[in-house]
Design a binder for this molecule. Structure first.
Ligand SMILES: Cc1cc2nc3c(=O)[nH]c(=O)nc-3n(C[C@H](O)[C@H](O)[C@H](O)COP(=O)(O)OP(=O)(O)OC[C@H]3O[C@@H](n4cnc5c(N)ncnc54)[C@H](O)[C@@H]3O)c2cc1C
Length: 436
C-alpha cells in the first residue's frame, strides 16, 4: 500500500487526489490535508457569492472525498502542526496544493493606511473567511476604488455595486450583506495601468455589468485605439473589448445611481489622507511600443475612502521548500519540487487560470508520481495512522469529511430564506458544530 498526502483541499488538491485515486486504485491511500475543517479552498472563500453555479463544482470534489482510499484530514496546518520533512517521512509523496492566499503589495506610499485592503482580505470578508471576517472595511464614504484590471477586481467592484436583493440569494455572509446595504458608496473607480485592450477580464464577467440593477459601467470612448486594433486579439479578449466599446458608445444608464468607472492608463503613485485613505494620487500613462505602461508625468487625484488592491497573490514560503521569490510560488519544474515532493494549482503556477485550469495540472503531477513510484509496499511509511499519532502528541485534533458534512448541514439549516447557507466565520464555531 502506498500513502500520498495532498496538502490543500481547493481545486488543485481535489483534482490531484482524483487523479491519484484513478491511477493507483486500491493500491494507495490518499489523504487530503487542510488547515480548515471545511474543504474547497477558493471555491468557498474566493469565488463570488453571486456566482453560485460555479460553486457546484464542489459536488465533484465530494464524489472524490467519498471514494474508498481517499480521506480528508482537516484542521491541520502544514508548516505549523506538522512539517514537510515529517510528512515526507510518513508518506511516499507529498503534493502541495496550498494556493496563493497572500495579497501582493502595491509598493506605494500610503498603502498601509486604514481603508486600504487587499482583495484577498475584502473577498474573504464577504465570503466568510475566518481570517478576514472581522475586517470591517470602511464603507461609510461615497467613493471606493479598486486597483487592478482582472476578474477579481471586477468581482470586488460588482459586489460593492449590487443591491441587497441581487446579493441575498447567494452565500454572502450576513455581516457583509448588512454592511453593503447600509453603504453610501456610489462611485467605484476601477484603475488599470494599461488600456482597455490589455485587460484580464473575461466576457461573461464584463457582460454582467450591463445588467446590474442600480449600477452602470462608465467607459471613456477616447481610451480606445481604432477598431482595427481589435482584430489582432484572441477571440475571448476581442469579445471583452467589444463589450467595453459598447459601454463607451452607449454611455452610462442615467437611471442608475451607482457608477462603475473604468479609469484606464492610470498608475497609482500614492494613497493619501488624514490618518486614513481619502484619495489616490494617480499618474496618467501611455503604452510604449511593447504595450508597457509608461508614465506621462501628468497626475490627478481619485477620491476613495476604501481602496481595494487587486494586483495578484502569492504563496507563502514553507520551511524546507525551495521558493521562487519573484513568482511568489514554489520553485518547481512542471510541478516537481524535489524527490517525492510536488506542487499543483496556484502554488505551482502562480495565481492565474480558472478552477478548471487546475485539473490538467493535478492529472499531470499524478502521472509523474505514478511514473516515479510503482504500486507496492510503502517502505514502512505509516501515512494517516502515523500522522494522527504525531498530531495527538501536539494537541492537534484533526477533523474528517463527516465532520464537514455536519458543519454543512448546520450552515444550510441557518441560511436566510433563498440562500444556500450561512457560513460560520470562526474556526471555533466549526469545531463546536462537530462537538469539539
Ligand atoms: C476572488 C477570486 C475569485 C475567483 N473566481 C473564480 C471564478 O469565478 N471562476 C473560476 O473558474 N475561478 C475563479 N477563481 C480562481 C480559482 O479559485 C483558482 O483557480 C483555484 O481556487 C486555485 O486552486 P488551488 O487549489 O491552487 O488553491 P485554493 O483554492 O486557494 O486552495 C488552497 C487550499 O489549501 C489550504 N491551505 C493553505 N495553506 C495550508 C497549509 N499551510 N496547510 C494546510 N492547508 C493549507 C487552504 O485552506 C485551501 O483549502 C477565483 C479566484 C479568486 C481569488
Amino acid at each position: 500500500m502506498r500513502h500520498f498526502a495532498v496538502v490543500g483541499s481547493g481545486p488543485g488538491g481535489f483534482y490531484t487526489a482524483e487523479a491519484l485515486n484513478k491511477a493507483y486504485g486500491e493500491a494507495a491511500r490518499i489523504d487530503i490535508i487542510d488547515r480548515y475543517p471545511v474543504p474547497y479552498g477558493l471555491v468557498r472563500f474566493g469565488v463570488a457569492p453571486d456566482h453560485q453555479s460555479l460553486k457546484a463544482v464542489s459536488k465533484r470534489y465530494d464524489t472524490t472525498a467519498d471514494t474508498a482510499g481517499v480521506d480528508f484530514i482537516g484542521n491541520v496546518t502544514v508548516g505549523r502542526d506538522v512539517s514537510i520533512a515529517e510528512l515526507l517521512d510518513l508518506y511516499d509523496a507529498v503534493v502541495l496544493a496550498i494556493g496563493a492566499p497572500h495579497d501582493r503589495k502595491l509598493g506605494i506610499a500610503g498603502e498601509d493606511l486604514p481603508g486600504v485592503v487587499g482583495s484577498a482580505a475584502f473577498v474573504g470578508w464577504y465570503n466568510g473567511h475566518p481570517e478576514f471576517a472581522h475586517l470591517h472595511p470602511p464603507l461609510g464614504g461615497t467613493h471606493a476604488a479598486v486597483i487592478g484590471n482582472g476578474n477579481v477586481a471586477l468581482d470586488c467592484a460588482r459586489i460593492l455595486s449590487k443591491t441587497r436583493g441581487e446579493l441575498q440569494g447567494g452565500d454572502i455572509v450576513n455581516h457583509a450583506l448588512d454592511a453593503l446595504e447600509a453603504s453610501p458608496v456610489r462611485t467605484v473607480t476601477i484603475l488599470g495601468r494599461r488600456g482597455p485592450l490589455q485587460i484580464s477580464m473575461t466576457p461573461k464577467e464584463l457582460g454582467e455589468l450591463g445588467h446590474i440593477e442600480a449600477a452602470t459601467p462608465v467607459v471613456d470612448p477616447a481610451d480606445f485605439p481604432d477598431a482595427e486594433a481589435d482584430e489582432a486579439l484572441e477571440p475571448g479578449q476581442r469579445k471583452s473589448v467589444s463589450l467595453l466599446r459598447d459601454y463607451a458608445a452607449n454611455g452610462p444608464d442615467p437611471s442608475k445611481p451607482t457608477l462603475m468607472v473604468f479609469d484606464f492608463y492610470a498608475k497609482p503613485l500614492a494613497i493619501e489622507g488624514d490618518g486614513k485613505a481619502e484619495r489616490i494620487i494617480v499618474e496618467r500613462t501611455r503604452l510604449d511600443e511593447n504595450d508597457r505602461a509608461v508614465g506621462t508625468g501628468e497626475t490627478y487625484e481619485v477620491p476613495a475612502s476604501l481602496v481595494i488592491s487587486s494586483i495578484g497573490y502569492s504563496t507563502p514560503p514553507m520551511e524546507g521548500v525551495p521558493y521562487d521569490e519573484r513568482g511568489g510560488r514554489f520553485l518547481n519544474e512542471n510541478g516537481k519540487i524535489a524527490d517525492r515532493l510536488y506542487c499543483v494549482g496556484w502554488a505551482r503556477r502562480g495565481p492565474t487560470g480558472t478552477i478548471g485550469t487546475n485539473r490538467p495540472d493535478g492529472y499531470e503531477v499524478a502521472a509523474q508520481i505514478e511514473a516515479a513510484i510503482a504500486a507496492g509496499s510503502s517502505d514502512g511509511r505509516k501515512g494517516a495512522e502515523g500522522l494522527k499519532t504525531l498530531l495527538s502528541t501536539r494537541d492537534v485534533m484533526p477533523t474528517d469529511y463527516d465532520d464537514w458534512r455536519k458543519i454543512e448541514q448546520t450552515e444550510t439549516a441557518n441560511a436566510r430564506p433563498g440562500s444556500p447557507r450561512e457560513k460560520f466565520v470562526r474556526v471555533e464555531d466549526w469545531l463546536k458544530a462537530v462537538g469539539r
